[in-house]
Write a protein that binds this ligand. Structure first.
Ligand SMILES: *[C@@H]1O[C@H](CO)[C@@H](O)[C@H](O)[C@H]1NC(C)=O
Ligand SMILES: *[C@@H]1O[C@H](CO)[C@@H](O)[C@H](O)[C@H]1NC(C)=O
Ligand SMILES: *[C@@H]1O[C@H](CO)[C@@H](O)[C@H](O)[C@H]1NC(C)=O
Ligand SMILES: *[C@@H]1O[C@H](CO)[C@@H](O)[C@H](O)[C@H]1NC(C)=O
Ligand SMILES: *[C@@H]1O[C@H](CO)[C@@H](O)[C@H](O)[C@H]1NC(C)=O
Ligand SMILES: *[C@@H]1O[C@H](CO)[C@@H](O)[C@H](O)[C@H]1NC(C)=O
Length: 699
């Protein structure tokens, strides 16, 4: 007898008998062995700074978000977390801090990737960790843009990151990459392997080359011996025949990057199956894990989920979370795919199926996707045309699975008709398997999981607080951060900013740390040497910004600036327009420009009394087309600026790389009267961190 579920109501399953003639048939059988080992589904934090705002969320919502990403049998239940090894340079949405800004120091407390890796491990001790650099601090290249100029030095720098993870955070780094989407130096690859072995990190596997299936990497046996995984980016579910024969694990080590609506979900569901079915890739990793960067920066919502409002606590669990769950909740790293034709293949009417089994062959998971062409393109590469149609299929279980009597069914239905709403990862109960046979209806734009694993859960928390605009006034004195922290609410676009303690009345301040141009990932960042750290909303109009600033006495920048109505970040930071108020304290000079490079000067002057070489208090106010600037409460300019941007971010930075300190950073709404009274404060408590005050309003 053959049976088919018909979904009459959302949760009601009815089984009807069907004539077998209209059925396609698929055999699931392990008696002729298995296919490749499954290495897990992952998310990529960084590349860059895509998780930036997450750490600043209120603890309750932050824990919920982390559960949706990492908690087993709950949400995406990710099996790999890939992170950026910060290189002090812009890589798409912000810079991430290096563990060695300069060769004479090392620090493993910067940024948020350490924190994120620990939160992931806390939820899933089995999760694998993978580090990859996008950029490097300038000293690695001895002033050039070539990180391989001294390969031993680079290998040592990467080893230190792996060792810092272990020693400071008890994190084992399972995989390490070479240089994201850039030249892979095979001599360096071999030296990195030797260095890690010499230091006892045999267990850390090398992924090459995080770009494409590079013949230079795959064609030389001494190179092939040095790495464990061949990782390609955006392979479009295809890998060349020659690399399939290489005897190495093949991964799609960066993929997805697609807007996270249901088409993004369709993309993700399709490639999770087809990267193996077609390309024999045993892991797929999404860039990016979570959209936790300011709206208005590039690559809006190309993320598994969205959480970019730490001030309100609002977040949104998007469809790719549930597409991940279809595989991750019913498999583990170390399971095996079944052979092609015996559990893996294309569906007769379009779409694909993959089957995986546990090492003891007791458990079986079958994931079926039938994504239509127009509802599942990823951002790249172009998706060749194909057609899909509904089909009823009989699945025949043989080998170790012949005795299975029931399978749990989980279903997602993506609906694109206006007014129809999609359903994600619904628990459809279990279906009987009779004489090894089960029949299922596979609809277009659906994902089905059939599994012996009973622990699937559509994890749910109460709705988060509603979205809200970034609140003003904003005030930050950096006192509550641990040393070396990167302040939660500021998003560095160029340069890197750490909390340091200068003592005295200023106490903890935020210091720009980069002293020379980094080895870039975005080539555009080489067009200028300013640093920039953004805050707030991409469409703030009338604001007043105040900050205390001091350039470093040794290795200092020349000037510092505050800016309003800044319209660009990411790799395009160099063309940012807005209103930028610079001072050059050692020369007592000020300057107002409409571009970050200070080329289009609106006014400038020299004020020996107003501008001092020690701390200066800057105020920049914009209201409509009127801009006013003062230093130490002495007005330097007040003028009309007819062609300025109508709105944008607030920011601060330095004119060139070099140390500069910032404190008591305050943003008010310049069109309303100032708020007075007690600060309205949100506290985020960390077990292993002192109390951190992230978003608060001033006295
Ligand atoms: C770095 O470059 C300078 C010249 O710019 C050279 O004198 C020096 O030897 C180089 N250092 C290393 C370690 O390569
Ligand atoms: C699948 O079976 C159902 C129930 O008999 C039937 O209504 C439907 O038309 C079938 N679909 C296809 C594509 O054959
Ligand atoms: C940036 O600084 C480097 C080294 O200090 C210098 O070689 C380069 O010309 C500078 N770039 C620009 C655009 O000024
Ligand atoms: C600013 O952007 C937010 C978020 O998109 C939007 O809700 C708000 O209306 C915008 N405000 C202005 C003044 O454009
Ligand atoms: C300032 O306040 C006014 C009046 O409440 C409001 O319309 C405007 O959006 C606010 N501007 C900012 C930048 O918050
Ligand atoms: C300034 O930079 C030089 C190298 O250019 C370094 O030797 C020195 O230690 C630095 N001083 C400080 C205070 O960072």
């Amino acid at each position: 007898m053959q049976w088919i579920p018909i979904h009459v109501l959302a949760s009601l399953v009815v089984w009807l008998q069907l004539p077998s003639t209209v059925l396609s048939q698929y055999v699931i059988d392990d008696s002729r062995g298995v296919g490749r080992q499954f290495d897990g589904i992952g998310g990529l934090s960084g590349g860059s700074a895509t998780s930036k705002l997450l750490i600043g969320y209120p603890q309750k919502q932050r824990d919920e978000i982390l559960d949706y990403l990492f908690k087993p049998s709950f949400g995406a239940s990710l099996q790999i977390l890939k992170v950026e090894i910060g290189g002090d340079a812009q890589a798409s949405d912000a810079t991430e801090a290096s563990h060695m800004h300069v060769p004479w120091e090392e620090n493993y407390e910067r940024g948020y990737e350490w924190w994120l890796m620990k939160e992931a491990k806390k939820r899933n001790p089995q999760i694998k960790l993978y580090g990859l650099p996008w950029a490097f601090p300038g000293w690695i290249g001895n002033g050039t843009q070539n990180p391989y100029i001294n390969r031993e030095l680079l290998a040592d720098y990467i080893y230190r990151w792996i060792n810092g993870a272990k020693v400071q955070h008890n994190l084992d780094i399972d995989y390490i990459g070479i240089w994201n989407e850039r030249y892979c130096d095979t001599e360096y690859l071999k030296i990195l392997r030797k260095t890690l072995d010499k230091k006892g990190y045999y267990q850390t596997s090398i992924v090459a080359s995080d770009n494409w299936f590079d013949p230079k990497v795959t064609g030389d046996t001494s190179v092939v011996a040095a790495f464990d995984v061949l990782g390609a980016h955006y392979p479009g579910v295809v890998s060349p025949e020659v690399v399939k024969q290489l005897g190495k694990k093949l991964w799609s080590s960066e993929d997805y990057s697609t807007f996270n609506d249901d088409v993004g979900g369709g993309c993700w569901a399709r490639i999770l199956n087809q990267n193996y079915e077609s390309g024999l890739m045993t892991s797929t990793i999404a860039w990016n894990l979570i959209d936790s960067f300011y709206q208005g920066l590039p690559w809006d919502r190309t993320s598994l989920m969205t959480a970019r409002q730490p001030w309100s606590g609002y977040y949104s669990v998007e469809s790719p979370i549930w597409m991940s769950a279809h595989t991750t909740q019913f498999t583990e790293i170390g399971w095996s795919y079944l052979p092609h034709g015996l559990g893996v293949g294309a569906l007769e009417q379009g779409g694909s199926y993959v089957s995986l089994t546990s090492p003891d062959h007791k458990d079986l998971t079958i994931v079926i996707e039938k994504m239509s062409h127009d509802h599942s393109p990823c951002i790249r590469p172009a998706l060749p045309p194909y057609t899909v149609a509904n089909e009823n299929a009989t699945i025949q279980l043989e080998g170790s699975f012949a005795g299975v009597t029931a399978l749990y069914v989980w279903q997602s239905v993506l609906r694109f008709d206006s007014g129809a709403s999609s359903t994600y990862f619904l628990d459809m109960g279990s279906v009987p398997v009779i004489n090894g046979k089960v029949t299922v209806a596979i609809g277009v734009d659906q994902v089905l999981t059939l599994t012996t694993v009973p622990t699937g859960t559509h994890g749910t928390y109460d709705a988060p607080p509603p979205p809200a605009a970034f609140p003003l006034p904003f005030f930050e004195d950096f006192e509550k951060y641990p040393l070396s922290a990167e302040p939660f609410s500021l998003a560095p676009q160029q340069g890197s900013f750490d909390v340091v303690n200068v003592g005295g009345t200023y106490g903890k301040v935020m210091r720009q740390m980069v002293l020379q141009p980094p080895i870039a990932w975005c080539q555009e960042t080489l067009y200028f040497n300013s640093s920039l750290n953004l805050l707030g909303r991409f469409n703030w109009t009338d604001v007043e910004v105040q900050v205390d600033v001091k350039v470093g006495q040794t290795n200092g920048s020349n000037g510092v600036f505050i800016g309003v109505r800044i319209d660009n970040g990411g790799c395009q930071t160099y063309v940012a327009k807005g209103l930028f108020f610079f001072i050059f304290p050692n020369d007592n000079i000020y300057l107002l420009a409409s571009d970050i490079q200070g080329k289009n000067v609106l006014t400038s002057g020299r004020e020996k009394v107003a501008i001092v070489s020690d701390w200066n208090h800057l105020t920049l106010t914009v209201q409509g087309q009127t801009v006013t600037g003062s230093c130490n409460n002495q007005q330097l300019f007040s003028m009309q600026v007819p062609n300025v941007n109508a709105n944008g971010f607030v920011g601060l930075g330095t004119d060139v790389y070099g140390y500069a300190d910032f404190d008591n950073f305050r943003v008010d709404n310049s069109s309303t009267s100032k708020v007075v009274g007690k600060p309205d404060t949100l506290y985020f408590v960390e077990e292993d961190m002192e109390i951190v005050e992230s978003f608060k309003t001033p006295n």
